[in-house]
Design a protein around this ligand. Structure first.
Ligand code: KG4
Ligand code: ZN
Length: 421
């Protein structure tokens, strides 16, 4: 086995085309991300067909940029890793097909990586790069169970993660029964007229509102509602049964989204006209409801935080701050409860929503209060990237767990086994 440990990873599961070269799962030589936000923003969300087309356009230049920034040639690589799922089928296929071609042409192994496992390794990679002079295998220790919260636009999952015979073992402890937390951020932002993706906008505007102005509440989820005979509402909810999971570790974010909508209706949060854009009305849901293409406003959405602040009345800022406070509070409550039930000494919080400032601050404070270690990815590695895929591929490379060239996209790929209650 070559000992350079150079893995090129490709990630194309959603709306970011990414490639990275990581050495031995711990040294990032390059990480290039081409975002498609500009393409999807006008639709208020990711359009799968457009995503595939944009990946096709970007994948070759992004891989070339990753190799050139790492200052290595294709011939130097020891393996090619690629996200095989979960994600959008057409989007995944672009990365997988290109990765297969590269692996075949270079005659080096192909490694299929679960996107969720990638997010978990983003946190571990950051920890290792931040100075812990230990290899990834030592990063989590079987004697000290770690709890991982993957919280992104597509997922809100709690896992018990531990190293296992050269690889990793994951047990699912909890997850959302409907929308992911990031999806709730995006949908609430959209109904308030903020651009896509909404998470960073909510994060920025929440600083100007009163987080206690609107007392949102999360009710306890009853798993019985989701037992046989009832069809879960969303695809994500259908993809894995929840009947065996502890209801205390289940999330639901579709209700708060509706509560925000009702609040804006009941409180007549009328639009404020933006000077220079007389047709643009921010923070007003009704106006955009009739837009056939999903674009919320006939005019231009705000481009800067200052523009958004000028458009949002204080009551809307209070609503935004209260929404974020409630979502972060719910994520915290269930994550720390799951950590306690495991006896975990370390919590990994990862995925796009882990970039949220309030989330980082409150999780950090609570972990300190409980004398637990808390690990986040760097901001750049919180959202989708390929360095995390290369990092997750390293233990598989060492274990010789390679994918055949018949590797297929698996849009509903799940991670780990369900933890017994
Ligand atoms: O991990 P990611 O890039 O893609 C998925 O795997 O889904 O996460 C994207 C999600 C989006 O929903 C986005 O709004 C959210 O992460 N996000 C944030 C922040 N930055 C990104 N949510 C809250 N606060 C942020 N600062
Ligand atoms: Zn992701």
């Amino acid at each position: 086995m070559p000992d350079t440990g150079l893995i090129l990873a490709i990630e194309s599961s959603c709306d970011e085309t990414a490639a990275a070269v990581v050495q031995r799962g711990e040294r990032t030589l390059s990480s290039v991300v081409a975002s498609q936000i500009a393409t999807h923003a006008r639709y208020g969300g990711v359009v799968p067909e457009l995503a595939s087309r944009e990946h096709l356009r970007a994948v070759v230049p992004v891989v070339r940029a990753a190799l050139s920034q790492a200052n290595i040639a294709l011939a130097d690589l020891d393996a090619i890793a690629v996200t095989s799922g979960p994600g959008l089928a057409g989007a995944l296929l672009v990365g997988i097909t290109y990765a297969k071609a590269l692996a075949f042409a270079q005659d080096i192994p192909l490694i299929g990586v679960n996107h969720l496992e990638g997010h978990i390794h983003a946190a571990l990679l950051n920890e290792i790069e931040a100075g812990a002079d230990r290899g990834p295998d030592a990063a989590l220790d079987a004697e000290a169970p770690a709890l991982a919260l993957v919280v992104s636009g597509g997922h809100t999952h709690l896992y018990h993660a531990r190293p296992n015979a050269g690889g990793w073992h994951y047990s699912l402890m909890g997850r959302t029964v409907d929308d992911a937390a990031g999806e709730a951020f995006d949908k609430v932002a959209k109904l308030l007229g903020l651009p896509y993706p909404g998470g960073p906008w909510i994060d920025a505007l929440a600083l100007y509102g009163n987080p206690h102005a609107v007392p949102f509440a999360f009710s306890q989820i009853k798993t019985k509602l989701h037992l046989v005979g009832k069809t879960p509402r969303t695809k994500a909810a259908r993809s894995a049964p929840i009947a065996n999971l502890d209801p205390h570790f289940l999330f639901s974010f579709s209700g708060i989204k509706t509560a925000v909508l009702r609040y804006t209706e009941l409180n007549h949060l009328r639009p404020q006209t933006h000077e220079g854009h007389p047709n643009f009305h921010a923070c007003h849901p009704e106006r955009s409801a009739a837009e056939p293409n999903g674009q919320r406003f006939p005019g231009k959405p705000p481009k800067t935080k200052a523009e958004a602040l000028a458009l949002c009345p204080q009551q809307t800022l209070d609503l935004i701050a209260s929404f974020q406070h409630a979502v972060v509070g719910d994520l915290m409550k269930k994550t720390f409860a799951a950590a306690e039930s495991l006896g975990a000494t370390r919590i990994l919080v990862t995925g796009g929503v882990a970039a949220n400032r309030e989330l980082r601050a409150r999780f950090t404070a609570e972990a300190a209060r409980r004398a637990l270690r808390i690990v986040f990815p760097s901001l750049a590695l919180s959202t989708d990237n390929a360095a995390m895929i290369a990092a997750a591929a390293w233990p598989r490379f060492q274990a010789g767990e390679f994918a055949p060239l018949t590797l297929c996209a698996n849009p509903a790929l799940s991670l780990g086994v369900e933890a017994p209650r």
